[in-house]
Design a protein around this ligand. Structure first.
Ligand SMILES: NC(=O)c1ccc[n+]([C@@H]2O[C@H](COP(=O)([O-])OP(=O)(O)OC[C@H]3O[C@@H](n4cnc5c(N)ncnc54)[C@H](O)[C@@H]3O)[C@@H](O)[C@H]2O)c1
Length: 244
């Protein structure tokens, strides 16, 4: 797929899926914006793309930070065509022991952060006249409930957000979809004990974890004209472990 002249804004771009997504679109000719709370990691993600790359330190949970990020994109590239919301955090908390701060942090990054980047991204798309695409990232845990309450609630919220704004933004020619990954080989999964990992892999009919590049390829498809009649959908990428 050729994304020459397209401007692609990716959150959580410093590592894992976000980094793979920046790389994929960059290799396909796009101008790539790597936004991450980790400024050094964002810079490394676009290091190979010279003038086509822009690294931004951005906390997606902070409205002012997100506004400033999209203002910087407008100034540098004049608009945005594709927004991918990959930034996400987890926290291992039993429900009854969940500290308020952890609930606020996980929901703040995963759901509010996605909302803020969808809103500012769509505003800029409207402003520059782009018939754009937004891709959000949920999780199989949102459907199975196999995960902490804040994480599952935030990821289920992303699906509802996607459906609502897909309807509203359709009149502007902007499509919005959600990728729903199963276990994927990223730093987020690195700390999981091997025993837990093995039992997770056993539950995946294709018998392995997803690779970040496989998520990037689905993001590229959803952003492309080939997906021109797809909006508001959940696209599962999970090796057959669950059905939407
Ligand atoms: N890895 C998996 O198995 C898996 C499965 C299902 C869904 N997901 C979801 O996929 C997305 C990507 O996951 P990953 O495995 O690549 O994660 P990761 O932890 O490897 O990378 C997440 C990135 O987000 C950045 N980030 C965290 N908080 C941020 C904030 N407030 N503002 C901006 N950036 C912030 C981090 O610095 C990091 O670079 C997440 O939304 C995650 O919940 C992951």
């Amino acid at each position: 797929m050729d994304f020459a002249d397209k401007v692609v804004f990716v959150t959580g771009a410093g590592q894992g899926m976000g980094q793979a997504i920046v790389h994929h679109f960059g290799v396909a000719g796009a101008k790539v914006v790597a936004a991450d709370i980790n400024a050094d990691a964002a810079a490394a993600a676009v290091a190979g793309f010279d003038d086509r790359g822009l690294a931004l330190a951005c906390n997606v949970a902070d409205p002012a930070s997100v506004k400033a990020a999209f203002a910087a994109v407008a100034e540098r590239f004049g608009g945005v065509d594709i927004v991918v919301n990959s930034a996400g955090v987890g926290s291992v908390d039993a429900f009854l022991d969940t500290p308020d701060d952890n609930w606020m942090r996980v929901v703040g990054v995963n759901l509010t952060g996605t909302f803020l980047c969808c809103r500012e991204g769509a505003r800029l798309m409207r402003q520059c006249g782009a018939k754009g695409a937004i891709i959000n990232v949920s999780s199989t845990a949102a459907m199975s409930g196999e995960g902490p309450s804040h994480y599952c609630a935030s990821k289920a919220g992303v699906m509802g957000l996607t459906r609502s704004i897909a309807r509203e933004l359709a009149a502007s020619g902007i499509r919005v979809n959600t990728i729903v990954p199963g276990p994927t080989n990223t730093p987020m999964m690195a700390g999981i004990p091997d025993e837990w990992m093995q039992s997770m892999i056993k539950a995946i009919p294709l018998g392995r974890m997803c690779e970040p590049e496989e998520i990037a390829r689905v993001a590229a498809f959803l952003a492309s004209d080939d997906a021109g009649f797809i909006t508001g959908q959940n696209i599962a990428v999970n090796g057959g472990m669950a059905f939407i």
